[in-house]
Design a binder for this molecule. Structure first.
Ligand code: GLY
Length: 426
């Protein structure tokens, strides 16, 4: 029996967390959504409030959840998961969606993830692990380009370089070794060529609910050029996904992973997001695991969701997913990220944003990311500022709606990709 008048805490401050808070606040079971710390967009939603706690303040968030009698805590980003927020909530008996710190190492350490894949025969690119720069450079010199170089630790989506030349790969190794994320080492791996897709499931033990497929767009510039980012746009469903490919992903990647955790008596709970490369033979390979929803994939997916998100997450938290079925709108959804100048490097903050008061829903929704309230209009507060999200009977209609809405929005130096949803772009 799902409780009414529920209080939910969403941890995080991005567009993914705005989308989570928005979807949760629409549930008839939910009386109040609190976001820690949220942004100017979450503040504008009915029945949603912000509190000034940042995701890394895990003790303070756990204490707040206990004092405020939260019925459910939904953890958006990876950092508090790796830092043990869910472990603290479990100790306090507070229901939550997200894995323990030990299981979140699947995302927190790419070295751990690679070893896990090798141990459980999960298809992934062969890699060598290096803790010494000289050895890494020798390895790079022995390889054919393109070469993938990755820092092992968390890097907000910026710790992976797909180098087209030896020089680029060497420069990447030198620069990644200088980051705290390379404390444990770096990986140099074979570049699997193909097309990328995101595959996200909500799991508890071996039971899982597969969300619809989504396509991220990681490069900064149209035509998949420029540096990797946290993601500049998403499209759901992924246009090249097929039922046969979904089955392959489940059988070869998702199920062996969930089974391994159950066998180790540490059942996985929460979102498991597989970044997949599909090769020329149509075979999926795991690029990386994330222990959370993707951003911007979440914005597109949550805009497609027809089911009650609170019911779904509460069911997952309590471990009753086996009999749960979800419903999604058939129409495709696009999310386009509007970013500050300089992103994915450092960006100015405090820049006024205009054009946010136009019409929204049922076809268009603006999810805020790095924004804060200003005296007149919201202000930018970091790299990825907004995710403009739209749906339509087909991708072209959704594209027209999303880009027509973006034309009305402005802040100094705003950058975005113009090709999200174009056929053949991934
Ligand atoms: N969209 C990429 C990520 O969330 O890591």
């Amino acid at each position: 029996m799902i409780k009414n008048g529920a209080k939910v805490l969403v941890v995080g401050q991005g567009a993914r967390e705005h989308a989570l808070a928005w979807a949760l606040s629409r549930s008839p079971h939910v009386a109040q959504v609190t976001v820690a710390p949220g942004n100017a967009g979450t503040l504008r939603e009915p029945h949603v409030q912000n509190i000034p706690l940042t995701p890394i303040q895990v003790d303070a968030i756990a204490q707040y959840s206990e004092e405020e009698h939260m019925d459910l805590v939904v953890v958006g980003p990876e950092v508090p998961l790796v830092a043990g927020l869910v472990d603290r909530l479990d100790q306090l008996g507070i229901a939550s969606v997200g894995p323990s710190s030990a299981l979140a190492q699947l995302e927190g350490s790419k070295i751990h993830c690679k070893r896990f894949c090798e141990a459980h025969s999960i298809p992934t690119a062969p890699a060598r692990i290096h803790t010494d720069l000289k050895e890494a450079l020798k390895d790079i010199a022995s390889r054919k380009e393109p070469i993938v170089v990755k820092a092992s630790g968390l890097c907000a989506g910026k710790g992976v370089v797909v180098a087209e030349t030896q020089d680029e790969a060497e420069a990447a190794a030198r620069s990644l070794f200088s980051l705290p994320a390379a404390r444990e080492g770096i990986l140099v791996e074979t570049c699997i060529q193909g097309w990328e897709t995101s595959y996200i499931v909500l799991a508890h033990g071996t039971a899982y609910l597969a969300w619809p497929s989504a396509q991220d767009h990681k490069r900064l510039l149209s035509g998949n050029r420029g540096p990797n980012t946290g993601g500049m746009g998403a499209l759901s469903p992924s246009p090249r996904m097929t039922p046969a490919l979904e089955n392959r992903i489940r059988e070869s990647i998702i199920e062996p992973t969930l089974d391994a955790f159950v066998k180790a008596h540490t059942p996985y709970r929460g979102f498991l997001y597989a970044g997949i490369m599909v090769d020329a033979h149509g075979e999926p390979h795991l690029l990386e695991f994330n222990c959370r929803l993707g951003d911007p994939e979440a914005q597109a997916l949550l805009f497609r969701l027809e089911s009650d998100l609170y019911e779904m997450l509460e069911t997952a938290a309590r471990g009753n997913l086996k009999t749960y079925t979800s419903h999604w709108k058939r129409d495709p959804v696009l999310a386009v990220v509007l970013a500050s100048p300089g992103y994915p490097g450092s960006s100015p903050t405090g820049v006024p944003i205009s054009g946010l008061d136009g019409p929204e829903e049922p076809f268009v929704k603006i999810f805020h990311a790095a924004t804060r309230s200003g005296p007149v209009a919201p202000l930018t507060d970091g790299g990825r500022v907004l995710s403009v999200t739209a749906t339509g009977a087909d991708i072209d209609t959704a594209r027209q709606r999303v880009y027509a809405r973006i034309e009305q929005i402005a802040f100094a130096g705003m950058q975005f990709r113009g090709d999200i949803g174009l056929v053949g772009i991934s």
